[in-house]
Design a protein around this ligand. Structure first.
Ligand code: ATP
Ligand code: MG
Length: 332
């Protein structure tokens, strides 16, 4: 049997270049080798987005289109909606008995979420979010989890939960591995360490040429550099991090870096060349997206079918889990 991938994202807005480098690129690369389940995590969205639910329908559709636009093959992968699989919250309840409160309080993303979303304290739901993620992964018995670096600690918790469960009740759950890119998180256009859908600092995969241009030309760069003749810093400079990731012309990138350090090139030229590289990357992405978007009902159909498949797998897992725990006395 082929090993399984489980990965996905929250339907909180258009997927962006950071999502691409962090996980989409890997799932495209691995989709032939692994049986892939792609989760649209609408419950996870509730942890920080309770006010703005009117956009959810559009966002669900758009997250799927974004995946298709970068080459995820709908014939090969199973897209599914988290809330269409009620076995997931049921597993979450069982798993929540295996994790202490201080353990989830120590997960580093909690502090980031509180800061980014301006929250004084976490809800019970936000605190338990990584446990719900364990239920996502283990519901389809995922073996590999391609995610960005920010999610590493969540996969670690999933591993602990699987081990603990197996120790207590017998070998039922796989202990999944995270698959994380070597490169750092992609920074935002504002220079913040992480580009994020909900952070207002993202370049979307569907960005149109005019707004792409505005975003690139307005990007945060070396703040201590005032004139083009000032020597500039390349390391940690988001403009150069984007060049490293999206500009395949390494000679050009190296030449720009050398001249930047020596104060022999202006930010405008460096950004113009980045714009050209990003245009070349995004043009075919936009085209593929438009092709799928033009098929009426197509996205809804693949979500509905995929959710049925994923639900059948989750029901099997839930059955195994309940049987192992001796909770199946009614045969359920
Ligand atoms: P939000 O701001 O709403 O949390 P997000 O941009 O962080 O959105 P998620 O849906 O939370 O996106 O995450 C989807 C996937 O993209 C995860 O695997 C995450 O690790 C990865 N990811 C998100 N942002 C980045 C980034 N800047 N660089 C690399 N990977 C990223
Ligand atoms: Mg996130």
């Amino acid at each position: 049997m082929r090993k399984r991938i489980l990965t996905g994202e929250r339907p909180t807005g258009s997927l962006h270049l950071g999502n691409y480098v962090g996980t989409l690129a890997n799932r495209v690369k691995l989709q032939d080798q692994y049986e892939t389940f792609l989760l649209v995590a609408d419950y996870h969205m509730l942890t920080t987005r309770l006010e703005n639910l009117v956009e959810i329908r559009d966002n669900i559709r758009s997250v799927v289109l974004d995946n298709l636009s970068v080459g995820v093959d709908p014939e090969k992968v199973t897209f599914f909606l988290q809330s269409a699989v009620p076995e997931i919250p049921q597993l979450h309840l069982y798993f929540s008995m295996l994790v202490s409160v201080p353990r989830v309080e120590r997960i580093p993303t909690l502090k980031d979420q509180l800061r980014d979303h301006d929250l004084a304290e976490p809800t019970y739901g936000l605190l338990g979010y990584p446990i719900l993620q364990a239920a996502d992964i283990l519901s389809v018995k995922g073996n590999l989890v391609p995610v960005g670096r920010d999610q590493e600690s969540h996969v670690e918790l999933t591993r602990e939960i699987a081990r603990r469960f197996n120790q207590l009740f017998g070998e039922v759950l796989p202990v999944p591995e995270a698959f994380i890119p070597e490169v750092k998180l992609l920074p935002g256009t504002d220079g913040k360490a992480k580009m994020g859908k909900s952070l207002g600092n993202a370049i979307s995969l569907a960005e149109d040429p005019a707004s792409l241009k505005a975003k690139v030309m307005g990007m945060y760069t070396d703040p201590s550099r005032i004139r083009p003749t000032d020597p500039g810093t390349v390391e940690g400079n988001p403009v150069f991090m984007y060049h490293d990731t999206f500009n395949g012309n390494t000679d050009e990138v190296n030449d720009l870096k050398e001249r930047y350090r020596a104060g022999k090139v202006g930010d405008v030229e460096v950004k113009r060349k980045l714009l050209a590289a990003l245009e070349a990357f995004l043009e075919p992405v936009r085209e593929r997206r438009a092709k799928y978007a033009a098929l009426p009902g197509y996205v809804d159909e693949i979500i509905a079918e995929g959710s049925k498949r994923a639900r059948a797998e989750a029901a099997k897992t839930l059955h195994d889990v309940r049987a192992a725990m001796r909770l199946d006395y009614l045969g359920l």
